[in-house]
Ligand binder design. Structure first.
Ligand SMILES: [Ca+2]
Ligand SMILES: [Ca+2]
Length: 301
């Protein structure tokens, strides 16, 4: 009961006297830029200036106190150029140790080398708190502990106050062109999420084969669709032939792109046929136009 009362008193006092919680912030540095809610980090060690040799963002007022108070640390990242390497990209958690401030590095990418990241694809790190694959480097605090699991890092620095959390890239030097670029979004530190990206409605989402064919049939018109895909007398098998063709494409995204391309090609066929179809008699001209249109449509798929 006594405990309950003191908790209630503390809570009441906090409500009255404590300043309102500061909104969490993310501050880019170095060569970092933000566009469309996405953070782009560049490390260019091949040009004249040193400002862009390293890039990152620092996250503040997330409510983190000690290292052990970090419950969530995650990000989505897209290595556009050239790879993960040399300990970059990484989270960097600065802690106050008895012998001064030190950094704990938390590497992104596949362990144990943290190189060989897929490029031009968004990779979710998952919550790195609890990681068991040796991506915690606490060697600034204690020599020889550069390949630690989260539990080992926690045992070593858990009670230390955190003085800064950042996400960093700085390995331009590791590549032939001396330049590394990594895009970042949905960075989570406990309850705060940074760089959430623009909410783009899935208008250009992928299509499975049947969806792609239905969309295409609607867009180019049933007659043109039958002419383009049909192989029997009245084009009755057009839908099946379309599905077969679409199924040969590897991804839903590729099919969505194909629908747009084929629809545009079909429109060009129709336009070209109107202007070039000629014949002596009106009926003969119509037949010739129709034949030209069909040939054109078949080529477009
Ligand atoms: Ca530079
Ligand atoms: Ca490069």
């Amino acid at each position: 009961m006594r405990k309950l009362i003191s908790v209630a008193v503390v809570a009441a006092c906090a409500a009255v006297f404590a300043p309102a919680a500061l909104a969490a912030t993310a501050t880019p540095f170095g060569g970092a830029t933000v566009s469309g809610g996405i953070l782009t980090l560049v490390s260019n060690t091949g040009d004249a200036g040193s400002t862009n040799d390293a890039s990152g963002a620092t996250f503040a007022d997330t409510g983190v106190t000690t290292f052990s108070s970090i419950s969530t640390l995650s990000t989505e990242f897209d290595v556009t150029d050239d790879d993960c390497k040399g300990g970059s990209p990484r989270f960097q958690v600065r802690v106050q140790t008895p012998s001064g401030e030190k950094n704990v590095f938390v590497y992104l990418g596949p362990s144990p080398s943290f190189t060989g990241c897929s490029t031009n694809v968004w990779i979710a790190s998952g919550n790195l708190i609890g990681a068991t694959d040796g991506r915690y480097d606490t060697s600034q605090v204690q020599a020889g502990t550069q390949i630690s699991m989260y539990a080992q890092a926690l045992a070593l620095v858990g009670s230390y106050q955190v003085t800064g959390i950042s996400l960093v890239i700085d390995s331009g030097w590791a590549f032939d062109d001396k330049e590394q670029t990594v895009k970042v979004r949905n960075v989570r530190v406990n309850g705060s999420t940074f760089y959430t990206g623009e909410t783009t409605p899935p208008t250009t989402g992928g299509l499975n084969p049947a969806q792609a064919c239905r969309k295409l049939r609607t867009e180019m018109g049933a007659d043109a669709f039958r002419a383009a895909y049909g192989t029997n007398r009245n084009g009755a098998n057009a839908f099946g032939k379309c599905v077969s063709a679409m199924a040969r494409m590897k991804t839903d995204a590729a099919r969505a792109t194909a629908v747009t391309r084929i629809d545009a090609a079909a429109a060009r066929c129709a336009k070209a046929t109107v202007t070039t179809g000629k014949g002596k008699g009106k009926a003969k001209g119509q037949v010739k136009k129709q034949a030209t249109l069909v040939v054109c449509l078949k080529k477009s798929v």
